[in-house]
Ligand binder design. Structure first.
Ligand SMILES: O=C(O)CCC(=O)C(=O)O
Ligand SMILES: [Fe+2]
Length: 506
């Protein structure tokens, strides 16, 4: 009986199409043979499973590589200043070939190209990449922080270019950047501004006027550069109250409780709202399109090259803003761009915008800040929460320390960059939406500048405007293209918000 069983097993083994049994190892015991039989079947199944996993793995790797290549990869840079044959970005010093010409004209046809926004990879803090921006030299671009993604490029402008931009700004004439106070200092800036009831304050905070205060609404106030009428303690009280609220929203009654100014008579005497300094400087705007000074034009091309953004986006963005800070001048910490709400619309795409939106705001995917002068003492650009592990609105305004207030707390920021003539900073104000377009505001991009102690500081801002609604951005670009076709030679100009408007919008 046992023999019979054995021969059946053996026969099956042979019929399976493997080697003849005679050539096989014949184990002395039946149980062992059965195990071998099972292990053959198992190893085939195992082989199939492994192969399937292997293929899935390979496909995943290919997919990932393609994703990285088209979205975030260390793509190609183009040499600006007309040199399209030069190499571009590389890591470790070897330039990569990258011949994509930067056009002097608006690319009205390349909408498809416009719908992916490349991002430079930071790799890690301290990482240095070689970039080719001018024909005869390479520049080094160093990662300064990952949150926000921030780079420093020394020598982005030559001494002569800095001088030209400053002179052009002086020729155009600088205007006062609006401040909420006179320029006599903090004392005076604390003068009462308005006397508002708690209900009026509630209404001001209630951006969408739904009679409920959401965290977003309170936070968007706390972000404003002027930081005016809610002091840090008020803000902290309100946010704490909101967090204790199970609905996550405050009704007017809840608000009354958390905004109980009578408990803190010293902080908000008689309910007077106080304004504080937000900034002090002078600024002007310089157009960079056709007919502008070649240095301005070149600078814009260099921005396109470095950022690898579609040239249309850069060309349709705000003009160059040049700012001069003198002794004591500064600006409070702020975000250059705005969080997107249903009630807001981007100023730059207003042509294609939703007219029912309440507020126009600045939508700035990235900032390029150029230092046009070195400063002897003070005037550092500060990123108070750069590379924090977490971003916490409340931590910004803890008792006695208001990181927004650069006049008082500049030294406490996480990162401070000393202005050096010719150096450029590049940072992304927004995260990616994960699909290659602009996503949420990067809270960590909060920055300001410390008061000038000695010397004069000149800087210029090139902001690249992008609408978080890619369809609206596309519509806007189509409209501009149509207008351009109808009126050749006319350049569509972004109408800049004034510097002060901008920061009230934040
Ligand atoms: O001047 C600086 O260092 C920063 C300027 C700035 O943040 C701005 O103008 O928005
Ligand atoms: Fe800024």
């Amino acid at each position: 009986m046992e023999d019979e069983q054995e021969s059946i097993i053996e026969q099956e083994e042979y019929e399976d199409g493997d080697k003849p049994l005679s050539t096989r190892y014949r184990p002395p015991f039946r149980t062992a043979r059965m195990q071998i039989q099972r292990s053959n079947v198992c190893s085939r199944a195992y082989f199939v499973v492994v192969m399937v996993f292997f293929h899935v793995y390979i496909l995943n790797v290919i997919g990932l590589l393609l994703y990285v290549h088209y979205n975030n990869g260390p793509g190609e840079l183009v040499s600006a200043d007309g040199d399209t044959s030069a190499a571009s970005v590389s890591q470790g010093g070897t330039p990569l070939p990258s011949p994509t010409p930067v056009s002097e004209e608006l690319h009205v046809e390349d909408h498809s190209q416009s719908f992916s926004l490349p991002r430079i990879e930071g790799i890690r803090v301290g990482h240095v990449q070689q970039v080719s921006l001018v024909p005869d030299r390479m520049h080094e671009m160093k990662t300064i922080s990952l949150k926000p993604l921030l780079f420093e490029i020394p020598g982005f402008l030559s001494e002569e270019e800095c001088r030209v931009v400053v002179q052009l700004a002086q020729l155009k004439g600088l205007m006062e950047s609006q401040t909420t106070t006179t320029s006599q200092g903090q004392e005076e800036s604390n003068q009462p501004l308005l006397s508002l009831s708690t209900e009026e304050v509630f209404s001001l905070l209630d951006l969408n006027q739904d009679r409920l205060l959401q965290k977003q609404e309170i936070e968007s106030h706390s972000r404003s550069r002027d930081g005016t009428w809610l002091n840090p303690d008020n803000l902290r009280q309100i946010l704490t109250g909101l967090e204790a609220c199970p609905t996550g929203m405050l009704t007017l009654e809840d608000f009354r409780r958390v905004y109980d100014i009578s408990q803190h008579p010293g902080r908000q005497r008689r309910g007077k709202l106080r304004s504080r300094f937000k900034q002090r400087s002078k600024h002007t705007w310089l157009y960079q399109g056709q007919g502008s000074h070649h240095v301005l034009h070149t600078l814009r091309n260099r921005v396109t090259s470095l950022t690898r953004l579609p040239s249309t986006l850069v060309e349709l963005s705000e003009p160059l803003q040049v700012i001069r800070y003198e002794h004591g001048d500064f600006s409070n910490a702020h975000h250059d761009s705005s969080p997107s709400h249903s009630e807001t619309t981007c100023a730059h795409t207003r042509l294609a915008g939703n007219t029912s939106a309440l507020t126009e705001v600045s939508c700035r995917y990235l900032t390029m800040l150029f230092y046009l002068s070195s400063v002897e003492e003070g005037g550092e650009t500060t990123f108070p929460v750069a590379d924090n592990r977490t971003y916490d609105e409340q931590a910004l305004v803890q008792e006695g320390v208001d990181l927004i207030d650069t006049q008082e707390t500049c030294g406490r920021g996480n990162l401070r960059i000393k202005p050096t003539a010719g150096t450029a900073l590049l940072w992304y104000n927004h995260l990616s939406d994960g699909r290659g377009w602009m996503g949420e505001l990067d809270e960590y991009s909060l920055h300001g500048d410390c008061p000038i102690r000695h010397g004069v500081k000149w800087v210029a801002n090139n902001w690249v405007n992008v609408d978080p609604d890619s369809q609206r951005q596309a519509r806007y670009q189509r409209l501009v293209a149509q207008r351009k076709q109808a009126k050749p030679g006319m350049e569509e100009h972004y109408q800049p918000l004034s510097h002060s408007n901008l920061h009230q919008d934040l």
